[in-house]
Design a protein around this ligand. Structure first.
Ligand code: TYD
Ligand code: MG
Length: 467
């Protein structure tokens, strides 16, 4: 009998250590090493050669050949299908991550019901809630009559035996991956070993049968799906369901997708009857806007193929601290420091004795550098106390030299702004031919300093920008 060795596995990154330590060398996290058994062999080093069997020859095939007729199953929930890249792919595994209580189970219950009523066989396995609780949610969502097959179960072998019965399911939803456990690994449910082994078994099932599977994963406070950074590598697509406390809307963001684009988002609003699709997110993000307040600029952004208008708010206030504060919500803090430095170095605008707060309205998160120009406009507007024109949108990237650089999709951004009643735009020069309407009222600075001068010039003769 081989002696079973004890190992310590980091619950954050999955690295294996022979000895316990307070800190994981691999990822630098503290207190994440947990003792886990090694039977099951997952991540447990060299395979046991005594039990090794002779390999079985598999049939090699060609790139061309038959593909199943409908490789995707489309839920009909437009925002969800958009985020998955056009529907769930048969034979693939999708991970849906998000904070507890954000609405993952709600979304997937709605998707399951929509698909089941179209005649697909959908199995929903919950390891977190009892059948009665899931029924209660379904009633609230008004989908209790749809033929979703439901189970409350956590053992992977039992789940696989259950779904092997009868017609192959089109989609299996496992809510959540942290509750699953397999007989093959002997650690507690929720540990990296169990999560990885359970996910592996389910993914193998998906690939061999052609059923699509969805794994739900909770995110830890650091923003990682608990343990399973490893699972992210194993699945075909990863979606994050996010939302800001106090706001009703939720964003389904594609982080990884082997079968589609990764920059798409789906936007939903949480109502008392579940999640409602928001087909035009700009209206939502601009909804709470107060015209004519200093420090607010509307950014014409892009999310994948879709333009999204969102308000950027800056507050620049005199600081009593030696090192003034810089706080950012919804944008990159390093990028803010860069814009502040460019404003100081090339435009003579000083923030050294001011606290700077930047917020993207409605809890929305921007990752595009095209927001630079809108951020700079909001900062200068707040510092000078001069409100920007209420009907103007801003986009453009700012380089370290202070030049304003063109960004992609200028026409689409302008078209969306025009549709929502904006009459002018500030955008990089060289953005191509601008059609009438909003194009006629546009300002195209080549240097950031031109924009600063224009904002400062909008005040007749009060204080100087450089006070
Ligand atoms: P849930 O889907 O259970 O979250 P998760 O699976 O991500 O943990 O959603 C829970 C929250 O959503 C809960 O706070 C109640 C709210 N909710 C609504 O506001 N309306 C609804 O119709 C439903 C079903 C839930
Ligand atoms: Mg849930």
């Amino acid at each position: 009998m081989a002696k079973s060795r004890v190992q310590f596995i980091c619950q954050s990154c999955g690295s294996v250590h022979q000895r316990w330590a307070g800190k994981c060398d691999a990822c630098g996290e503290w207190n994440t090493l947990v003792e886990e058994g090694t039977s099951g062999g997952i991540g447990s080093g060299p395979a046991n050669t005594r039990n090794a069997r002779k390999g079985r020859a598999v049939v090699l095939t060609t790139l061309s050949g038959d593909i199943e007729d409908a490789p995707r199953i489309i839920s009909g929930i437009g925002e969800l299908d958009r985020a998955t890249g056009g529907g769930f792919v048969r034979g693939s595994a999708l991970l849906v991550g998000g904070d507890p209580g954000i609405g993952k189970s709600t979304l997937l219950t709605q998707a399951a019901a929509a698909l089941a009523s179209k005649g697909h066989r959908i199995v929903y396995v919950s390891g977190e809630e009892a059948v009665a609780q899931i029924r209660l949610r379904a009633q609230r969502l008004g989908v209790a009559s749809s033929p979703v097959e439901l189970a409350a179960e956590t053992n992977v072998e039992d789940i696989l035996a259950t779904i092997a019965d009868g017609k192959r399911p089109d989609l299996v939803i496992l809510d959540s991956i942290q509750t699953l456990w397999t007989d093959l690994a002997d650690s507690a449910p929720g540990t990296v070993t169990q999560v990885r082994a359970a996910a592996q078994a389910m993914i193998r099932y998906a690939k061999s049968t052609g059923a699509a599977i969805v794994l739900v994963g909770h995110v830890t406070k650091e923003g990682q799906i608990a343990g399973p950074r490893v699972v992210e590598h194993m699945v075909d697509a990863v979606l994050y369901f996010e939302g800001e406390g106090g706001h009703h809307y939720r964003i389904l963001r594609t982080v990884k997708n082997r079968f589609g684009p990764t920059d798409e988002i789906g936007v939903f609003e949480m109502s008392d009857k579940g999640l409602r699709e928001v087909a035009n997110p700009s209206e939502l993000f601009l909804g709470e806007r107060h015209a004519k307040s200093p420090g607010a600029a509307v950014f014409a952004g892009m999310e994948g193929t879709r333009p999204v208008l969102v308000e950027i708010q800056a507050l620049v206030a005199p600081s009593s601290l030696g090192t003034p504060r810089r706080a950012v919500v919804g944008w990159d803090g390093a990028r803010l420091s860069m814009i502040l430095a460019v404003l100081e170095a090339h435009c003579g605008v000083r923030f050294g004795s001011h606290d700077v707060y930047l917020n993207v309205a409605g809890g929305y998160r921007i990752s595009e550098p095209a927001a630079d120009l809108a951020v700079a406009a909001a900062l200068v507007s707040s510092l000078t106390g001069l409100a920007l024109p209420a009907d103007c949108v801003y986009f453009g990237e700012i380089s370290l030299s202070g030049a304003v650089r063109p960004v992609a999709h200028a026409q689409q951004r302008l078209k969306e702004a025009e549709k929502l009643g904006f009459g002018s735009a500030v955008l990089p020069s060289g953005s191509g031919e601008l059609a009438g309407g909003i194009g006629a009222g546009s300002f195209q600075p080549t240097e950031l300093a031109d924009l600063v001068a224009r904002i400062a010039g909008s005040r007749r003769s009060r204080v100087d920008v450089e006070d």
